[in-house]
Design a protein around this ligand. Structure first.
Ligand code: ZN
Length: 517
């Protein structure tokens, strides 16, 4: 039996970016888009151009850069959104538009305040309007899984007539079950006469923990495009985790006669990049790419795996790009070896950024005998995505005094966005509290720490420290990250990074996006 090709539609940069606290700058979005292209996803949903100036510019930059995956932008069913999307996407190889309008009784009545007939009319008119510009249109029935099936069939037929190329039926609120979701697609295929002219797409949320199972059920019922995000990030409980969907299809190809275009050994790098840049840390027991997914702890399991890996290992780490033996660089590694490593790790740096990276690498070798791939990955990623377009805060110096019998005291000096050096000292119940109180006293924005996590990159006592924080900045939740040889310095960087992300966001906001699926 032949294998059916399933297209992968990644919405990490749109639906994933709607996770609380996640605010990616343009360079960060570009870096993720480049990685998604390396992973060979079929479509990249780059953002919602009408929502803000920042989103518009990011979608445009991605549309200009990415050539091997098609780039798609989200739009409400209104002319001004379609216009904005066109301005951002017209430079793309194949400009693609993702139009949506809700079809469930509850959304039509309370959110849209439209009758079902008005929803049909608007959808048809907007698809026709968009089709004058865009060669490719995906139309989504928001909250499809809670919509009336007869009504869905009726509106889909009309939207196809108007020119849509893909019909997406999302489970917007994560409410459906695999059997029910599969049935919906079966019904639509049986009751929409022109359904063969389009591809069907699924889009699942994980509120009941069934997003991946629901996506697989959709595939079994004729869907040929799956939407989701890397690491399953997204609004509320998140979206279907794409790495789980594609690995399930691969490992159980005996059961699922489907294939994808994905380069599976790029999954780990993609996951790492998304986790670090969004600050949404992956749980250790996460399927497919969690830190523990390939660790065998119990004696009986270890013994079995040593005798034959397949006894307890259904996925090999190599399949998803997890490598344990990475060649390390050290104090005596030269520029040439460093440059080769940069390429091997998948980065394309300008000469200026390469020099900067080499400098940081040399500095690091003063503290650390062996610099691992993971260390370098973090350094390179930070240099690559550092936005210099906005005046930001810069950490100049920290000094923390701690003793179990003393009151912890921190002294910090910071360069402000106005280029002034300010310094102060505060005490706290612990070193981190003292440090954060001091930083908060130096910056003008109102800040409030919500979450704080510290971990090490790789192992060993000289490992780099990586800090993640969630800070409320002037009422907005922002994630920040920081890396340094020292835990406190990494913590200080993370806090300032969250505030800087707020400044970057402020500089690009035109209007707040309305709530979308
Ligand atoms: Zn969604």
């Amino acid at each position: 039996m032949g294998m059916t090709m399933i297209k992968i539609f990644d919405t990490t940069l749109r639906d994933g970016e709607q996770s609380p606290g996640v605010n990616l700058n343009q360079l960060e979005k570009l870096e993720i888009a480049r990685q998604l292209e390396r992973l060979r996803v079929d479509r990249i949903e780059a953002g919602f151009p009408a929502s803000s100036k920042g989103d518009f510019e990011a979608v445009k930059a991605i549309a200009q850069t990415i050539k091997n995956s098609s780039v798609i932008g989200l739009s409400r069913a209104v002319q001004s959104d379609i216009e904005a999307a066109w301005e951002a996407l017209r430079v793309a190889e194949e400009p693609c538009l993702h139009l949506f309008l809700a079809t469930s009784p509850i959304h039509m009545k309370y959110k849209l305040k439209m009758t079902p007939e008005q929803v049909i009319e608007t959808s048809v008119n907007m698809v026709k309007y968009a089709k004058k510009k865009f060669p490719f249109i995906e139309w989504s029935a928001e909250d499809a899984s809670r919509s009336d099936l007869d009504f869905l069939a009726r509106i889909i037929e009309k939207v196809i007539e108007a020119g849509a190329n893909v019909i997406n039926l999302p489970d917007t609120v994560g409410y459906t079950t695999p059997e029910e979701y599969g049935k919906m697609f079966r019904y639509i295929r049986e009751h929409v006469p022109n359904i063969d002219q389009v591809a069907l797409s699924c889009h699942c949320h994980d509120d009941l923990g069934m997003a991946v199972a629901n996506s697989l059920a959709a595939i079994e019922n004729g869907v040929t495009q799956v939407e989701g995000t890397i690491n399953g990030i997204g609004e509320r409980a998140g979206n279907a985790a794409l790495e789980e969907v594609v690995i399930a299809l691969k490992i159980r190809s005996d059961f699922y006669p489907y294939e994808t275009n994905l380069k599976l050994d790029e999954l780990k790098r993609t996951s790492d990049l998304v986790a670090k840049l969004t600050g949404m840390v992956v749980q250790p027991n996460k399927a497919v790419i969690g830190r523990n997914a390939y660790a065998h702890e119990s004696g009986i399991h270890q013994d079995g795996v040593l005798k034959n890996a397949q006894t307890y290992e259904i996925i090999t780490p190599e399949l998803v790009g997890v490598h344990s033996n990475n060649l390390v660089l050290g104090k005596h590694s030269g520029r040439h070896a460093f440059k080769e490593k940069v390429v091997e790790l998948g980065f394309t740096l300008s000469e200026e950024k390469l020099n900067q990276a080499f400098g940081q690498f040399k500095q690091l070798t003063d503290h650390k005998k062996e610099v691992t791939d993971e260390d370098l990955f973090t350094i390179l990623m930070e240099i690559q995505t550092n936005a210099n377009t906005v005046q930001k805060y810069q950490l100049e110096m920290i000094q923390v005094q701690y003793g179990s019998a003393n009151i912890p005291t921190a002294t910090v000096s910071v360069k402000t966005p106005e280029d002034k050096i300010v310094q102060t000292a505060c005490t706290g119940n612990g070193s981190v509290e003292a440090l954060y109180k001091t930083i908060a006293a130096l910056i003008t924005e109102e800040t409030n720490l919500l979450d704080y996590q510290i971990s090490s990159i790789g192992g060993g006592k000289d490992a780099l420290a990586e800090a993640y924080v969630q800070v409320k900045v002037n009422g907005e939740i922002m994630n920040g990250r920081g890396t340094a040889s020292d835990v406190l310095e990494a913590s200080a960087h993370a806090y300032i990074n969250a505030v800087n992300k707020y400044l970057i966001k402020q500089s690009s906001v035109v209007k707040e996006p309305t709530a979308i699926k």
